[in-house]
Design a protein around this ligand. Structure first.
Ligand code: FEO
Length: 406
């Protein structure tokens, strides 16, 4: 094993030994503009323990970082907090190379790893709350089902008050900085929100349960080390990210309206701009997002704290435009809540798209508050005024909701 990559100290006898993926841009449909990290952690206790592994192509990088502080075959235990392959992809290789005494996962984790790698006989299932004695240190395993997968658990290192939180509190952000306090607040806030919106938003009720569970356990948190992005080590940062999760999980709408649209001959764009003008005049915050210019994962990030979703599509071959079908399917899967909604679009002769969009919005259990607004071919001044009025009406509804006068 080469010496090119080094372990990074997180706390006394605790190191980050994962990999930095500077290049990844497509994380199953999520645009990871700043790359990512797959964090694995090494605890140099009497029983040397590796927490999680990395995506399969990064096995050599992880092993090099481990070898910079200890011979890999000295590792006694491996803990798999989460079986998704960005954290378990090289687990079979790691087990073969390290030869640990035991590999631990939750009960569901054992099953998931078996289904991925057909290696269940090598995995010991741990119970929720089970304590593992490392000799001079102690770990506790805490189940956090559906945060992110049914197998998810977190591991708490009592002796450092350190939580290895797997996906929770993470973000896709490549970098050599170990700690969040070494990075800019704007980047942290945006990437943490984008991660929550695109990965965890449909699981918000489980996130709420996990936060309540952690709170009831009353474990002090000195360091929170997720499997993606930087580590939180200051009291202020830990309180801030936990507070953000509580806020996002509770999904309280603001007066922000996200207008998502695409166009064939600029008519639906003209409608979107007039609707946006009406929203702004009515007092709403407005984000116009053309799917010719924006990525679906950025739309969902904006929706995380929005109060309205307004979707526009021209009618093409009796149906909605392909880019709008794409973003609607993506939004539907992420189950945004507490949004009012409306649909609009230009058409030539049949004009089904806005009706299809309204049906989709209803199926998503959003509150469709206006009839679909359709304009034949190119909007004239009267058509643009109708669009503007729709925007003003939506802003008024948002204002009522935000002021608690629904
Ligand atoms: Fe980073 Fe759910 O895996």
């Amino acid at each position: 094993m080469g010496e090119a990559f080094k372990a990074a100290k997180v706390a006394d006898n605790v190191y980050r030994v994962g990999a930095i993926d500077w290049d990844v841009r497509n994380f199953h449909g999520y645009l990871t503009s700043r790359g990512s990290t797959y964090n694995a952690f090494l605890i140099l206790a009497d029983k040397i323990t590796l927490i999680d592994t990395v995506k399969a192509p990064f096995f050599d990088e992880m092993m090099s970082r481990i070898a910079s502080v200890v011979e890999p075959d000295k590792i006694d235990y491996i803990v798999s907090n989460h079986s998704e392959m960005d954290h378990s992809g090289c687990l079979p290789q790691a087990i073969a190379a390290i030869g640990p005494q035991k590999v631990f996962a939750s009960k569901m984790g054992r099953k998931a790893l078996a289904a991925h790698f057909h290696m269940d006989h090598q995995i010991a299932a741990v119970d929720d709350g089970e304590v593992l004695d490392l000799g001079n240190m102690k770990l506790s395993f805490i189940e956090t089902r559906m945060c992110h997968w049914p197998d998810s658990m977190v591991t708490y290192l009592h002796d450092r008050e350190l939580l290895f939180s797997q996906d929770a509190f993470g973000m896709h952000l490549a970098g050599c900085e170990r700690f969040a306090d070494e990075l800019g607040r704007d980047v942290l806030d945006y990437e943490a929100a984008k991660y929550y919106a695109n990965i965890l938003m449909p699981l918000s009720k489980f996130i709420r349960k996990t936060l309540d569970k952690m709170s009831s356990l009353g474990v002090p948190l000195n360091i929170v080390a997720p499997d993606h992005g930087p580590i939180w080590r200051t009291k202020e940062d830990i309180e801030r990210i936990v507070g953000c999760y509580a806020h996002w999980a509770d999904r309280k709408p603001t007066n922000k309206a996200v207008v998502v649209y695409d166009t064939m001959w600029q008519s639906t764009t003209k409608m979107a701009r007039a609707i946006g003008e009406g929203l702004a005049v009515g007092g709403a915050k407005v984000r116009l997002m053309s799917m010719d210019a924006c990525h679906r994962s950025d739309v969902v990030t904006e929706l995380l704290d929005a109060g309205a979703l307004v979707v526009g599509s021209p009618t093409i071959n009796n149906n909605i435009f392909p880019t709008i079908a794409d973003v609607m399917m993506y939004i539907k899967g992420l189950k945004p809540q507490n949004l009012i909604a409306a649909a609009f679009g230009s058409y030539g002769w049949s004009g089904e798209a806005p009706k299809h969009l309204a049906e989709m919005l209803n199926e998503m259990h959003l509150a469709v508050v206006a009839e679909p607004l359709r304009i034949k071919y190119v909007p004239d001044e009267a058509g643009l005024l109708a669009c503007r009025r729709l925007g003003e009406d939506l802003a008024a509804r948002l204002g009522e909701i935000c002021n608690g006068r629904q």
